[in-house]
Design a protein around this ligand. Sequence first.
Ligand SMILES: Cc1ncc(COP(=O)(O)O)c(C=O)c1O
Length: 325
Amino acid sequence: MTRILLPEHGGPDDGPPAAWDFSTNASPLGPPPALMRAVQAADRQAYPDPRYRALRQHLGEEDLVLPTAGGAEGIRRLTLAAMLAGHREVWVPQPGFGDYAAAASALGLAVRPYAAPADIRPTAPALVWICEPCNPTGESEAAWPELGGHLVAVDRAYEALRLRGEPPALPPGAWQLLCPNKALGLTGIRAGWLLAPRRDEVWARALMLAPSWVLSAEGVAMLTHWPSDATQAWLADARHQLRGWTARQRKLLAGLGWQQRETCTHFWLARPPRADMARRLRQRGIRVRDAASFGLTGWVRVSAQPPAAQQALQQALLDIESEDA
Ligand SMILES: Cc1ncc(COP(=O)(O)O)c(C=O)c1O
């Protein structure tokens, strides 16, 4: 039988709700009040326009904007469209978001992990996933190769949460995946979009593969308010706040002997000085994302949280330390 590959995620798990959740990459600051009011006022009693014409015009060039039920659905749909258009290999960042490999594996496509852009060397027509900035590392590349002839898709899930530096130039002709629910702190709303570079075979497949009404009324409201000046100004303030919380939390962890990787986002990879830390913290109502499924045993991914959460984390770590003394 096919080996079943199901991605792991941060955020709520099947245990009791965590009092303090450092495992999610969603902004702890969302949502912006005006956008939230629009979401709450969304008309749930009627279908949205099945073509989403007004929304698509609002977000870009109408034909090229393909609404998705979140980034995760966009990844599945683009992978299937790529396969139907003749792509046989899927290149995925390693460590990277697990859904790229899961989508490819489900379709029987060859999964090719890469650690650095120079490692991407397709031997057949390929779909290449780029995650900028990358989850789980929070890192960004200075430059990406052109990868002409292959289907390049840039997942920009965390672009709005880039806390420092500028985004690198994207390979020409790349698809983009945009899913702002994380920056808005609204991950319960399943809405995003794919931006196609041109009307071609992959575009036609991805368009036709969308279920009718793929976006809920709430999703339409969220995406409609995404580009507004009010939302973008709110996000600039949120980034400012997150820079401060990130610096504070990194200092706290460094003081307790944690090794930490560089990041340009409010989440990053860290190695606690003791084993089994994800489980031991979970027992104390604190969730961090165990990074073992990213191939990084002994590491965890943490996101910056408000000072009260950081204080709870510090206390729990000190308790664990004295328990082991
Ligand atoms: C890199 C990346 N892309 C896409 C997604 C999918 O997000 P959603 O389906 O909530 O839009 C996530 C969620 O964690 C992610 O980390």
